[in-house]
Design a protein around this ligand. Structure first.
Ligand code: GLA
Length: 396
C-alpha cells in the first residue's frame, strides 16, 4: 500500500516534470520524509540526544541537467517557477523568499564544498504539511541533495549529507537549527526511531514495537510569528548558561556535559538567574529522558515511555516556555482520553504539532475527544495523522 502510493507519487512528479520541462531521458528522482521527534527537544544544539522518527509524508524532487547555465526550479504545490544563473547561486532571491531558498541553499553548499555545478531543471512536490513542525524544509533539502547526487555522482555519505544540508539552512537560509531534522530525513529507517548523539553523530536505530498502540501526530495549524526569534533567544540563553557553568567547571563544553543528578546546575543557579537556570534544567533533564526512553522502548515498556513524553511536554511548557495555549489544549484533551499513554509538543514550538502515544481505541476517539472540542474553543479544526512508520532517504 505504502509502496503503491509512493510509485504513484513518483509517476505523477515525473509526468509533471515532463509537462513543464519536456519529456526525455536523464531525469533523477529522489525523496525524503518529514519527521516527528518522539523525545529530545531543544537538545540537538546543546550537543545532546534526540529520538526522532521519519513519517509517511515526503518531499520528492526530479532533476535533469541543462545544456546552458540556468537553474530552473518548479514547485508543483505552489505552481511557481524560479530561475537563476548557476554562477549567481549565492545571491539570495529576496524578491521571492520561501520554498526556493532550500534547494538553492543546497546548491550553494555543494558548490562551497567543491562540487562542480551545472545548469539544471528541477521539479519539487510533496505532502509534508508546511509550518507544522514536521520538517518539510529538511526533507526538501535532503531530497534535493539526493537527486543531485544521482545526477552528478559526487561522493557524500549519509551523515555528511545531513551536515551539508544543515549548513545550507544555517548559513544560506539563515535559520540556526540543529542537526536533528536533516539527519533523520537522510538516515531514518522504517519502523524505527533514530537515537542520535548530536555531538559525535553516533546513531542507532531503535525498533518501535508498538503492538496495539500507535503514534498520532496532530497539527494544531497554529504558527505564532515569533518562532525564529524565540528559537534564537533560547539558544542564546543556553549559551549564557554554559558560560556560568564553565566558571565552575572549565572542562564543560555544552549542557550535554551536565549530570542530571549532580549539584553543578544548582550551584550555578544564582549566577545564571532564574530564566537561564530553567532553560538549562529543561535541557539537562530532557537528555536524561531520551536515554530513559530508549531503555523503555527496548524493553517494550510503553507506559514508562508515555510518562517520559508527558514529562518532556511539561518541561517544555514550564521551564523552556516554547509551548502555547493551543498546543497545551491539544495535549490536555488527548491526555484525558482513556488509553493515551503520552502526549507532547514536537519540534521547535510556538505552535506546530503534538505527538501522542495511544491505544488504537483511543485514536479512534480522537475526533470526538480532541478535534471537536479544540475546534469549539479555538475556532478552527486541527488535522491529524496516525503514523505509518516509514524510512528516510530514497533514490529512485
Ligand atoms: C527545530 C530545529 C531542530 C531542533 C528542534 C527542537 O525543529 O530545526 O534542529 O532544534 O527545533 O528540538
Amino acid at each position: 500500500m505504502q509502496e503503491t502510493s509512493r510509485i504513484r507519487r513518483s509517476a505523477a512528479l515525473r509526468a509533471r516534470f515532463g509537462a513543464v520541462f519536456g519529456s526525455g531521458p536523464g531525469v533523477a528522482l529522489a525523496s525524503a520524509p518529514g519527521r516527528v521527534n518522539l523525545i529530545g527537544e531543544h537538545t540537538d544544539y546543546n550537543d545532546g540526544f534526540v529520538l526522532p522518527t521519519p513519517i509517511d509524508r515526503r518531499i520528492e524532487v526530479a532533476a535533469r541537467r541543462r545544456a546552458d547555465e540556468q537553474v530552473v526550479i518548479h514547485s508543483v504545490d505552489f505552481d511557481e517557477t524560479v530561475r537563476f544563473e548557476v554562477g549567481a547561486v549565492e545571491e539570495r532571491d529576496s524578491a521571492r523568499p520561501g520554498w526556493s531558498d532550500y534547494p538553492r541553499a543546497v546548491l550553494w553548499a555543494l558548490g562551497a564544498r567543491g562540487v562542480p555545478l551545472t545548469g539544471l531543471e528541477m521539479a519539487v512536490a510533496g505532502d509534508v504539511p508546511l509550518g507544522a513542525g514536521l520538517s518539510s524544509s529538511a526533507a526538501l533539502e535532503v531530497a534535493t541533495a539526493l537527486a543531485l547526487q544521482t545526477l552528478w555522482g559526487f561522493e557524500l555519505d549519509g551523515p555528511a549529507m545531513a551536515c551539508l544540508c544543515r549548513r545550507a539552512e544555517n548559513d544560506y537560509v539563515g535559520v540556526r537549527c540543529g542537526i536533528m531534522d536533516q539527519f533523520v530525513a537522510r538516515m531514518g529507517r522504517e519502523g524505527h526511531a533514530l537515537l542520535l548523539d548530536c555531538r559525535s553523530l553516533e546513531h542507532r536505530q531503535v525498533p518501535l514495537a508498538l503492538g496495539r498502540h500507535c503514534l498520532l501526530v496532530c497539527n494544531s495549524r497554529v504558527k505564532h510569528s515569533l518562532v525564529d526569534s524565540a528559537y534564537n533567544e533560547r539558544r542564546r540563553q543556553c549559551e549564557k548558561g554554559v558560560e556560568a557553568l564553565k566558571a565552575l567547571d572549565p572542562t564543560l563544553r555544552a549542557l550535554r556535559d551536565v549530570a542530571p543528578a549532580g549539584a553543578l546546575l544548582e550551584t550555578a543557579r544564582p549566577q545564571m538567574g532564574e530564566v537561564v537556570y530553567r532553560r538549562c534544567r529543561h535541557v539537562v533533564s530532557e537528555n536524561a529522558r531520551v536515554s530513559a526512553s530508549v531503555v523503555a522502548l527496548e524493553r517494550g515498556d510503553l507506559v514508562t515511555f508515555g510518562a517520559l513524553m508527558n514529562a518532556s511536554h511539561d518541561s517544555l511548557r514550564d521551564d523552556y516556555e516554547v509551548s502555547c495555549p493551543e498546543i497545551d489544549l491539544l495535549v490536555d484533551l488527548a491526555r484525558a482520553l482513556p488509553g493515551t499513554l503520552g502526549a507532547r509538543i514536537t519540534g521547535g514550538g510556538f505552535g506546530g504539532s503534538t505527538v501522542n502515544l495511544m491505544s488504537e481505541e483511543a485514536a479512534q476517539g480522537f475526533v470526538e475527544g480532541v478535534v471537536v472540542p479544540f475546534e469549539r474553543e479555538v475556532g478552527h479544526r486541527p488535522e491529524f495523522l496516525v503514523l505509518r512508520l516509514t524510512s528516510g532517504r530514497r533514490q529512485c
